[in-house]
Design a protein around this ligand. Structure first.
Ligand SMILES: Nc1ncnc2c1ncn2[C@@H]1O[C@H](COP(=O)(O)OP(=O)(O)OP(=O)(O)O)[C@@H](O)[C@H]1O
Length: 477
């Protein structure tokens, strides 16, 4: 059975693992059909879609030719003031504790990203300031809040001082593992995972200074069993903060914990997305926050190229996916489905066709989920079929393609733009190139995609291969 310890061991090995580099996909937008950004066009104008063999062929060609080559343009982006990776400072200039600085360098980070450079000076200053921060997916938010919170730990004291909350089991373990790597030279800082499967005997008191966990478990440990004194928490971090405080998310548990914190506890809220309602609420619960916010048009990343392919129905979507399996598995791919049922249907069908896929959904036990994700991180399977459980935070840099087998929708059936952004953000990590392919199976889904394109002010290209010259040209770009 995989354990939290296995995970930590795994990520040590991962440090040595390959870095697949892929070249930027310079697909011209001028000659391909787009989901154009406009304000008032209705869903009724969409046409009956269909997929052709030529479209599949185009998709394959783009994937094969663009993903296989390997020149990384991260350094170029780092010199571009408009890039989220741009920074003018060094980690030294951020006044980090020298042992944390050593840890950061040991992780191979040379200089801070924009969010790290912007957030850290404020978060490290005294008196402690609260912060609500937004930065695009894969731009280094984890290091920003981890470095800030570890800097506040008094390691001579043996009780919890920092709580870092994540929405899922997998993400909590990943974040804890990053924090452990950063604290590699801070021997006295100890960590405790508060996640499903971790048990404490009644009456025991937690001595570790940093608790990384999910809201339900932390609430139980803090408020129900009182395994530690919540009043002594000095830093409270909400990663994926929008879903942690949203009423459809983890609002109840997060807020119950939050209410018990002392007045001078430093609050750090981080996410790639905040809708206005959530941001308004965040500003109510966090006193005098420094707010770092992106403009709408900055939220989605240029390095993730977005496409759509039209199919008639679910079976045709399956055929399309099966057809491109060979090319999406050149790197690694995550395929998102709306329900567990579709995810297991899809994984079963792909497996029957002889494709090696992994399935991760909420149906599995947490130890099984961990084992599946670890195998995928190790590249044992190249394609992961999943649901929104993996939409946020999961950081696997070999993922070059995200497929939305189903587009994300909210409970009212509207396009869930925030989830879309988090899903496609599983690729294109820290400036790498990524490809997002959306499967559209009728006018309704096409309209959803249009809502998403309008929301972010981005064009999403149709993979259309009527024109052979076009294929060749795209192939050469
Ligand atoms: N300064 C840096 N230099 C080089 N690599 C970095 C740096 N900061 C972070 N990274 C790497 O960038 C990747 C993405 O970072 P991270 O997971 O923190 O992104 P994020 O902003 O939290 O994304 P998401 O919104 O998806 O959770 C990680 O693999 C991390 O190791």
């Amino acid at each position: 059975m995989a354990t939290v310890q296995d995970w930590a061991k795994y990520t040590d090995e991962q440090e040595k693992s390959l870095y697949k580099k892929v070249e930027d996909i310079k697909v011209s937008t001028s000659s391909s059909e787009k989901i154009n950004v406009s304000k008032n066009e209705g869903a009724g104008e969409t046409e009956e879609p269909e997929i052709s063999a030529a479209e599949l062929s185009l998709m394959k060609k783009i994937l094969r030719s663009k993903l296989i080559k390997s020149t990384n343009d991260v350094e170029v982006q780092r010199n571009d003031p408009n890039s989220p990776l741009y920074s003018v400072k060094s980690f030294e200039e951020l006044n980090l504790n020298p042992n944390l600085l050593k840890g950061v360098y040991a992780m191979g980070f040379n200089s801070p990203s924009k969010i790290q450079e912007t957030a850290l000076p404020t978060l490290l200053a005294d008196p402690p300031q609260n912060m609500i921060a937004q930065s695009q997916s894969g731009t280094g938010k984890t290091a920003a809040f981890v470095l800030a919170s570890l800097s506040r730990v008094d390691s001579s004291k043996s009780f919890p001082q920092v709580i870092i909350l994540s929405p899922t089991y997998e993400l909590a373990l990943q974040t804890g593992s990053v924090a452990k790597q950063m604290a590699k030279y801070c021997d006295d800082i100890k960590f405790r995972f508060a996640v499903r499967g971790e048990e404490i005997s009644k009456g025991e008191k937690i001595t570790e200074q940093v608790i990384v966990g999910t809201p339900g478990k932390v609430m139980d440990w803090a408020l129900r069993y009182r395994f530690f004194d919540i009043q002594k928490i000095r830093v409270f971090v909400l990663d994926e903060a929008d879903v942690m405080i949203a009423t459809q998310g983890h609002h109840d548990q997060s807020i119950r914990v939050h209410k018990q914190l002392s007045k001078d506890c430093q609050m750090m809220l981080f996410s790639a997305t905040y809708d206005q309602e959530v941001m308004d609420f965040a500003e109510i619960i966090v006193s005098n926050p420094v707010i770092i916010r992106l403009r709408k048009e900055e939220e989605s990343l240029d390095n993730i190229k977005q496409f759509y392919v039209v199919c008639k129905n679910m079976d045709e979507k399956f055929s399309a996916l099966s057809n491109i399996y060979g090319v999406i598995s050149i790197g690694q791919a995550i395929v998102f489905c709306h329900t567990r049922r579709t995810a297991s249907w899809l994984s079963e069908k792909l497996t029957k066709e002889g494709h090696a896929v992994a399935l991760l959904s909420g149906d599995l036990q947490v130890d099984q989920r961990l084992a599946v994700l670890n195998r995928f991180r190790d590249g044992k399977e190249k394609v992961l079929i999943t649901t929104n459980v993996c939409a946020r935070g999961i950081d696997i840099d070999q993922v070059t393609v995200v497929v939305n087998f189903d587009l994300p929708i909210d409970q009212a059936g509207r396009a869930d733009c925030e989830t879309y952004l988090h899903r496609i953000g599983r690729t294109g990590r820290f400036g790498k190139v990524g490809l997002a392919i959306n499967m559209v199976d009728g006018p309704r889904t096409l309209a959803l995609l249009k809502q998403i394109a309008d929301h972010f002010g981005r064009n999403i290209l149709k993979l259309d291969a009527e024109d052979v010259d076009e294929i060749e040209r795209l192939n050469q770009d």
